[in-house]
Design a protein around this ligand. Structure first.
Ligand code: FEO
Length: 386
């Protein structure tokens, strides 16, 4: 396990989580990477760390350059344990190491690790001198937690962006010109939709501040590092954070005896005739985090469920709870389903959609099984409201 130099005197010393498939509910089909960086200057500095169970991998990479006990400074851009998990072990090797974090970062580290380390709080505009270069800090609260900050090395033009611009992607390659760009972008989009989306207004503020910097490398903390396609990923972040939607409809549903599936198909026909791009997701076969990737730019998010025991099918309730937390804005919906003797399905779907503040364009609820006449009526009604 070796370090990789990303710029003179700056090394990637992270860890690759090849087998990770669940990141707090997010399906990580391609694993993940926790990117830590070692700066070798007059002050030896570690920027972020890795999950605790991969600490040994990080130490092996650091040891290929220097003795880890020689680290003088740790910059903790974000307390979440995928980045801070190995910091206690670095402090163990050198109890005098100085730990830089935002004020909320320091309190977060103390709460996580019951630590009484050599902390130094930093705020936007502060900088630390490393010798031949320095790190300037910018607090970016809520991208992804209240404690988040980013660091910029003006001499090397490296932005340590932490979660921003990341992707859950395990690879032996490190840079965006070494790995298929379409996969990197797809994973960056999924990451944004599932992690960053609720904080889009804070992202826009951070993008404005970052636009003032001359950036040669975006050294993010998950996945592939950006050096060739920086304008492209910044443009994507600008689009994703502005809630721009395409002429695109999602039809998300689960079905008990096939009735809700028939209605989903009737709704599909109406969107097709109106020229929409359509994604149909049966929740028995699709993961909610993959659906979120398409929610990011969908004008319509239609959701269907039959009534089950005075409520929704659990798969549908799980999707709606997840989406509601991620807060996509200003979308339209059609809610639909079937019932036997209780119409609680539509009431619950309506409640979720109101919580999401989506515009409900139509409601469809069919008793037991829709026949062809009813399905034709649904096609007609949906076509008319689009
Ligand atoms: Fe990658 Fe919010 O931690």
């Amino acid at each position: 396990m070796k370090a990789r130099e990303i710029e003179k005197g700056v090394y990637w010393v992270g860890a690759i989580d090849w087998d990770l498939r669940n990141f707090h509910g997010y399906l990580t089909q391609r694993g993940s990477t926790y990117n830590a960086y070692l700066i070798v200057d007059e002050k030896i500095t570690l920027v972020d760390s890795v999950k605790s169970y991969l600490a040994e991998e990080m130490f092996q990479r650091i040891s290929s350059i220097i003795d880890p006990s020689k680290i003088d400074y740790i910059v903790c851009n974000h307390v979440e344990m995928d980045h801070s998990g190995a910091i206690p072990m670095v402090v163990e090797k050198n109890p005098n190491v100085k730990v830089f974090a935002s004020p909320k970062g320091v309190s977060g580290l103390k709460a996580h690790y019951k630590a009484n380390w050599n902390f130094q709080e930093v705020k936007s505009g502060d900088e630390i001198n490393l010798g031949s270069d320095k790190i300037q800090f910018l607090l970016t609260p809520m991208v992804h937690w209240p404690d988040n900050m980013i660091g910029y090395m003006p001499g090397k033009k490296i932005l340590f962006s932490n979660d921003a611009f990341g992707q859950h992607l395990a690879s032996s390659e490190r840079f965006d010109d070494e790995y298929p760009l379409d996969i990197v972008m797809e994973e960056a989009r999924k990451y944004y939709a599932n992690i960053v989306l609720p904080y889009s207004s804070q992202v826009r503020k951070a993008l404005e501040d970052a636009a003032k910097l001359d950036i040669k490398i975006i050294a993010n903390s998950h996945g592939i590092i950006w050096r060739k396609h920086i304008p492209e990923i910044i443009k994507e972040y600008s689009d994703w954070s502005s809630n721009t939607v395409a002429k695109k409809a999602l039809i998300v549903y689960d079905t008990m005896w096939g009735s809700t599936a028939k209605i989903a198909d009737a709704i599909y026909d109406a969107f097709e005739r109106k020229g929409y791009r359509i994604y149909k997701y049966n929740l028995q076969q699709n993961h909610i985090s993959d659906i979120m990737t398409e929610v990011l730019s969908a004008e319509y998010i239609c959701v269907g469920s039959p009534t089950l025991n005075k409520s929704l099918l659990p798969s549908v309730a799980a999707f709606l709870t997840y989406m509601q937390g991620l807060s996509p804005k200003n979308r339209k919906t059609i809610i639909f389903g079937s019932y036997g003797w209780a119409q609680q399905n539509i009431k619950d779907l309506e409640m979720y959609m109101n919580n999401c503040e989506f515009e409900i364009k139509h409601k469809i609820n069919v008793n037991y099984i829709p026949d062809e006449l009813q399905l034709e009526q649904i096609r007609k009604e949906v076509f008319e409201v689009l």
